[in-house]
Ligand binder design. Structure first.
Ligand code: APR
Length: 233
């Protein structure tokens, strides 16, 4: 059996990393148009670096939760049965990897990587970034940015994502509000190819009615229970 899982900020909520659109979410405290667009970075790189430096420090202190570990078990369990888990995440944290997931597709980039706009080198980066930080590859300062996809930029790995979708027997969205495209359109893409769909979330998302099956509850409880059902079916 091949399963395509899309995760969003809700899966990392129990690890203490904020979601975006919930009450008290990140975008209720910060304006994404001032911090998460190429124009914002061109206008005030120091403010954008400070925002992502704060998020990077929080991530380094955070730990994967039971939902991340359950998906790592699902990947191993499906593989042992000749199947496949394609894990696509909108999240820029590395909690899936730290929980043991081997294949993770970060369509919105990764907070623990930096990209140089001068030479395009992408480097693992756990420290604070600033406009003075020189690129380790070309040595130029002022061009390093978080390797994350900002509003108005194209998500990454879309060809691989759509190929994996066509190969799936089941599409599952976990911890996402279904409010940002193209990820929010994946469920319709799956349905269009006759693929069964399931939403597992704290509460119904914006496109809940498009899912064949719906399970609600905190991911740290709902995902281990769902994975157990899948692997014992
Ligand atoms: N368990 C499961 N789901 C949860 C939990 C939890 N403990 N806590 C919150 N949720 C759900 C919320 O109900 C909501 O539907 O997670 C979802 C979080 O939605 P958003 O905050 O909109 O996050 P997400 O869907 O990942 O946002 C998509 O928007 O700002 C961009 O790039 C950013 O990748 C992000 C994208």
């Amino acid at each position: 059996m091949n399963i395509f899982v899309l995760t969003g900020a809700g899966i990392s909520a129990a690890s203490g990393l904020g979601t975006f659109r919930d009450k008290d979410g990140l975008w209720t405290h910060f304006d994404p148009m001032k911090l998460a667009t190429p124009e914002a970075f061109a206008r005030d790189p120091n403010e954008v670096h400070a925002f992502y430096n704060m998020r990077r420090r929080n991530l380094i202190e955070a730990e994967p939760n039971a939902a991340h570990h359950a998906l790592a078990r699902l990947e191993a369990g499906l593989g042992a049965r000749g199947g496949r888990l394609f894990l696509c995440t909108q999240n820029i944290d590395d909690l899936h990897e730290r929980a043991g997931s081997q294949q993770v597709t970060h369509m919105h980039g990764e907070l623990l990587k930096a990209r140089c706009v001068q030479c395009n080198a992408v480097t693992l980066w756990h420290e604070d970034l600033s406009i003075e930080t020189p690129c380790l590859s070309c040595g130029c300062a002022g061009g390093l940015r978080p390797h994350v996809v900002w509003f108005g930029e194209l998500p990454l790995f879309m060809d691989a994502i759509y190929d994996a979708m066509l190969d799936a027997d089941l599409f599952v969205a976990i911890g996402t509000s279904g409010s940002v495209y193209p990820a929010a359109g994946f469920v319709s893409e799956a349905r269009g190819h006759g693929i069964r769909t399931c939403e597992i979330n704290l509460e119904p998302s914006d496109n809940a009615r498009r899912f064949d099956e719906r399970r609600y509850g905190p991911a740290s409880e709902a995902i281990p229970a769902w994975v157990k059902d899948v692997l014992t079916a």
